[in-house]
Write a protein that binds this ligand. Structure first.
Ligand code: GTP
Ligand code: MG
Length: 241
């Protein structure tokens, strides 16, 4: 079947507090299957963009469409079912590793859980835990490293198989080996799926089809890594300073 998941922002303006605009007349179209990296300095409005897409807030002006439908006209439940949202601090609850992966698809079989974990490079470390997939983890995921928590979140997202993937990439440093595993996993997760990544790692940014540079609530530059470097503008300054 053809890939779905076109995302359109039409003249979207938003403020959390009156008189303090955070997004200013933002318009863009993301094609089905495309991977977009949002970059920009802290406070630029990156997280706000994905918060509006998930309808944690609604814009005061403009509209947001998914596959041509205004997102205000669908129920929150069906809207959020279309998207896998992974925020910076990965959500782990107390239960087994398998329960955590199955979270968005409770009826998934063990085979499906393992397949998802393998695809995102989580299987190997899970098998090294004392009870494998049946190992109990607590809410804070304190028995897992940050990188491992991230891989579990990836397995969860992959199993749910959303048409839109939203990732607010963790800034925490992980070891080089885990870094490689995470990078590979992101490439698999975003393949044939509309993806928006608030990207901090250069490897993620370089792999995106397009990069949107957000500055002061607006998209000030757009293009791939090479194109943006050649512009010698905001992006160039972000990544060469
Ligand atoms: P980083 O995550 O730090 O890289 O920034 P960002 O680009 O994700 O910025 P974000 O969209 O979170 O914030 C944009 C602006 O909105 C900033 O000036 C924030 O201070 C402000 N802001 C974000 N969330 C809230 C909120 O819940 N309430 C209020 N009043 N302001 C907020
Ligand atoms: Mg943010």
């Amino acid at each position: 079947p053809p890939i779905k998941g076109e995302i359109r922002f039409e003249n979207v303006s938003f403020s959390y507090e009156e008189g303090k605009p955070v997004l200013k007349d933002v318009s863009f179209t993301i094609k089905p299957g495309e991977t977009i990296a949002l970059v920009g300095e802290t406070g630029a409005g990156k997280t706000t963009i994905i918060s509006l897409l998930a309808r944690f807030y609604d814009p005061q002006m403009g509209r947001i469409l998914i596959d041509g439908h205004d997102i205000r006209n669908v129920t929150l439940k069906s809207l959020r079912k279309q998207m896998g949202i992974m925020l910076q601090d990965t959500f782990i609850f107390s239960g087994t590793v398998a329960d955590n992966i199955r979270y968005a698809k409770p009826d998934a079989t063990m085979d499906e859980v393992i397949k998802a974990a393998k695809t995102v490079n989580a299987h190997e470390f899970i098998m090294k835990m004392e009870n494998g997939y049946d190992t109990e983890v607590n809410e804070r995921g304190s028995r897992l490293s940050i990188g491992q928590r991230q891989l579990i979140a990836f397995a969860r997202a992959l199993l749910a198989d959303p048409k839109i993937l939203i990732l607010d990439e963790a800034t925490s440093a992980v070891d080089t080996q885990t870094e490689v595993l995470i990078q590979e996993a992101i490439e698999k997760l975003t393949k044939d799926r509309t993806s928006i990544i608030i990207a901090h790692r250069l490897s993620t940014i370089r792999n995106a089809d397009r990069i949107f540079v957000i500055h002061n609530g607006q998209i000030v530059e757009e293009g791939n890594h090479q194109q943006l470097l050649e512009k010698r503008g905001f992006y160039y300054n972000l990544y060469t300073s």
